[in-house]
Design a protein around this ligand. Structure first.
Ligand code: NAP
Ligand code: MG
Length: 509
């Protein structure tokens, strides 16, 4: 028991006067009253090889130039493994394997046969779910509760969902002849590694395409374990190829002349580079890019429910979420009360070891992302905003950031306009619904938003006026394979998920 807890207990038994103000209780030091014993998930059963090659044509192979790079655990900065650095030679080899598999095998299979392989992959993700969840937390820093309960089950769910479509494409597109597109180049970010892979590979395979996928440099291990699953599932060689590497490897995929479609998820900056590279070519593309989601709380909302929703909207996955609710807009009449409750709730969040089942906020994914978040926190302070950070303890090693909110911000502040991609929330107030919508839409992005209110009519009215691909009502950050996802404005082009997610992978004739 900490000394603070002891002192509090002693003062309680000494008969000190009870707090009289209704808020006084809330000022108690929650962290020391509710100390949890650690409940670490074990990483002992998980094997991470000391070295991984690319997965090309059904086998792990050495990189052409023999160059390797390391992947670290962001919670303790220890090296987890060495990965192959993909060059244009490796990409070319993978594209040739994918083309061969496309022409000779995959496109010739019936939808029912393709579906069997995809169902098998989905089941094998479930079978290896514990190992995959632990690996995701080790490599990327996310809390085990999230990788265990969100990332991996959802990844399996996307494979199950699209496996179901494989033999029903004639019903998805009635009266049309459905052809696959061909070889797809897919590039994914580091915030939901296996889940983003599932969003890309499952619809591509269901529709008869083959793929060359590059995971993000800092979080490639679950993609390589997925490669093992493809091999163990007996998936024909060359249907799925995984090439590891950095931005240059991604660029080699984008610029390869024998790729028919590019699917990219990542920053708006790189999305624009890709759009430029593909302009004038007949390569199809979808871009899932950045966001700066507005989360609007009207004064008729249930405040406690909204506070939980705000916490989930911005602190889920350390705020490394493209559709995070990173701009809170609160109606003036309830702002003070809501912010007080929000601060109290922030004090209860546990920041620390990603493998501890009590942890709410794990490690920031990489040193460079950590520095970027620190830079934005300094920008916010220099812009004159008022900062509040929870007083929790954080580990000495690794990259950790306290949950942070900024009040007293205005629409023109950089921290309100730019995507921080960390556990940092800006809070603004509004008086009328029109003002809330105007502020919400005043952004280069249009990926997600949230509305908290007791009135269904307000949800429909405000929701319809929001320039946003996703609008959540009285909830946030909920995902489902049947639901399309994607952005307006600089948040991207095209949709993934649901029936809509099949379109980018088919030619309709
Ligand atoms: P990023 O820097 O754009 O990288 C995304 C992927 O592209 C990584 O695999 C990256 O490789 C690769 N890449 C980098 N430069 C490239 C180039 N010139 N050509 C081709 N590929 C290149 O983004 P990030 O920092 O990994 O991810 C965070 C961003 O993703 C945020 O902006 C977030 O909003 C967005 N995101 C969007 C969605 C969505 O669905 N809309 C979902 C998740 C994330 P390296 O790993 O080596 O950098
Ligand atoms: Mg890593």
């Amino acid at each position: 028991m900490s000394t603070d807890t002891k002192a509090a207990k002693e003062s309680a038994t000494n008969g000190s006067p009870k707090p009289t103000s209704p808020n006084a209780d809330l000022k108690l030091d929650f962290a020391s009253f509710w100390e949890y014993s650690s409940a670490p998930e074990s990483s002992e059963k998980v094997t991470i090889e000391s070295l991984y090659g690319h997965f090309i044509d059904g086998d792990f192979v050495k990189p052409a130039k023999g160059r390797m790079f390391t992947s670290v655990n962001p919670a303790n900065e220890e090296v987890l493994t060495e990965l192959a650095e993909g060059t244009s030679e490796d990409v070319d080899r993978a594209v040739k394997a994918a083309r061969n598999a496309y022409n000779k095998k995959w496109r010739t299979l019936s939808g029912k046969e393709r579906g069997k392989y995809i169902f098998r992959i989905a089941r094998m993700i479930q079978e290896r779910s514990r190992e995959l969840a632990i690996t995701e937390s080790l490599d990327g820093g996310k809390p085990i509760r999230e990788s265990r309960d969100v990332d991996i089950p959802l990844a399996a769910a996307y494979f199950f969902y699209y496996a179901g479509w494989a033999d029903k494409l004639d019903y998805a597109f009635p009266g049309r002849n459905v052809e696959p597109v061909g070889v797809c180049g897919q590039i994914i970010p580091w915030n939901f590694p296996l889940l983003m892979l599932a969003w890309k590979i499952a619809p591509a395979l269901a529709t008869g395409n083959t793929v060359v996928l590059k995971p993000a440099e800092t979080t490639s291990i679950t993609a390589l374990k997925f490669a093992e699953i493809c091999r163990d599932a007996g998936l024909p060689a060359g249907v799925v190829n995984i090439i590891t590497g950095a931005g240059q490897t991604g660029s080699a995929i984008v610029n390869h002349s024998d790729i028919d479609k590019i699917a990219f998820t990542g920053s708006t900056k790189v999305g624009k580079i890709i759009q430029n590279a593909l302009a004038g070519s007949d390569t199809k593309y979808t871009l899932e890019l950045g966001g700066k989601g507005a989360n609007i709380v009207f004064e008729d909302a249930s405040i406690d429910q909204a506070v939980e929703g705000i916490i989930n909207a911005i602190f889920f996955n350390q705020g490394h979420v493209c559709c995070a609710g990173s701009r809170l807009l609160v109606q003036e009449g309830i702002a003070e009360r809501l912010i007080t409750k929000l601060k109290d709730r922030m004090e209860t969040l546990i920041v620390g070891d990603p493998l501890d089942k009590n942890t709410d906020i794990g490690a920031i994914n990489s040193k460079s992302q950590f520095e970027r978040i620190e830079e934005y926190i300094n920008i916010g302070k220099n812009e004159g905003a008022e900062i509040y950070q929870s007083s929790c303890s954080i580990p000495e090693n690794g990259y950790f950031c306290r949950p942070t909110i900024f009040t007293g911000v205005s629409q023109s502040n950089r921290i309100v306009q730019e995507e921080i991609f960390g556990p940092v929330l800006t809070i603004q107030t509004f008086r009328t619904p029109a003002e809330a919508i105007e502020k919400a839409n005043n952004s280069q992005y249009g990926l997600s938003s949230g509305i908290w209110t007791d009135r269904g009519s307000k949800i429909f009215q405000a929701g319809a006026e929001m320039d946003s691909g996703v609008v959540w009502a009285n909830t946030f950050n909920k995902f489902d394979p049947t639901s399309p996802f994607g952005g307006y404005k600089e948040s991207g082009v095209g949709r993934e998920g649901g029936l809509h997610g099949l379109y980018p992978y088919v030619n309709l004739v």
